[in-house]
Each structure stands twice: as C-alpha cells, then as structure tokens.
Design a protein around this ligand. Structure first.
Ligand SMILES: [Zn+2]
Length: 157
C-alpha cells in the first residue's frame, strides 16, 4: 500500500507523494501553509473521494498563495472536475500531460509549464501542445480529452 507522505523540500516547498485517501491529512503541515507556498505534486499516484474531501476542506479555506508544480495527471483531473480543488489563491505552475504514439504505441508524458508551453485564459483547449515520439519520430496524440483536461486553465489567467 502506498500511503501519502508530506515532506518539506525547503522552507517554502512542500512535496506530497503517494495516495491521497482516507489516511491523508494536512494537519502535520497546516501551520506552515501561510504566505506563498509551492506544492510539488509530481509523485501523487492516486486520489479517492475521501482524500478529495479532506483536501478541499483545508484548501478552500486557505489564505495562502499556493503554487502547484509538476502536478501529476491524477491531480490535473481533479483541478478540471472540481474548481475548489485549487483553493481561492491557488495557481498551477506546471503539470504532466500523457501522450501515446498512434504509430508504435509508445507512451510518454510531457511537463507543461503554464504561460510557456500552454497559455492560461483561452476560451477553448481543443489542441494540446505537440510531442514527437522518441521511439519512431511520429507525432504523438494527447492521451486525455484536451477540452476537459486543460479546462482548469480557462479561469487561471
Ligand atoms: Zn512512436
């Protein structure tokens, strides 16, 4: 079982890894979630409804300016389905997007930096940034529905 771990990488950067479920709690770090904080979510593998509830309970009331970086696709799906998940002052800095090659089946992921690789505040997100297959050189396809997956960016400007 892959329990959740919260670890401070530096003064202002919290890394959350593992599974966000009924055992997950912000309690051990909540006093430090003030001011400007970065949260690294690259290692979040799974989240369930109990985890979502605990997350929103804390984040929706947080006055901190939270910057989410390297968000895994599990987390991005939450951003897009549940706007409160970001919190009132939360911003996504960078996030993972999965691709699959239609030619050879190779799967890969790309880290997209908001404002650099993909713009916030667009009316629609029909197209994902391009990725070339490192196995065969073909153009890869986004493994998500871009319109849904990137929808959290619409209001993120
Ligand atoms: Zn390929």
């Amino acid at each position: 079982m892959n329990r959740c771990e919260l670890k401070w990488i530096d003064d202002k950067t919290l890394q959350i890894s593992g599974t966000i479920d009924e055992y997950f709690s912000f309690d051990p770090v909540i006093e430090r979630l003030v001011g400007e904080i970065w949260i690294d979510l690259s290692e979040v593998k799974r989240i369930n409804s109990c985890g979502v509830r605990e997350w929103i309970k804390v984040i929706s009331k947080s006055q901190a300016r939270l910057h989410y970086r390297q968000c895994s696709s599990v987390i991005v799906s939450q951003f897009s389905m549940i706007p409160e998940f970001l919190g009132p002052f939360g911003q996504v800095e960078s996030f993972e997007t999965q691709y699959v090659c239609p030619h050879c089946g190779h799967e890969d992921s790309l880290l997209l930096v908001v404002g650099k690789d993909i713009a916030a505040g667009q009316d629609s997100y029909e197209h994902s940034p391009e990725m070339t297959c490192r196995e065969c050189g073909d153009k890869m396809e986004c493994d998500h529905n871009p319109e849904l997956y990137f929808s959290f960016l619409r209001d993120a400007a």
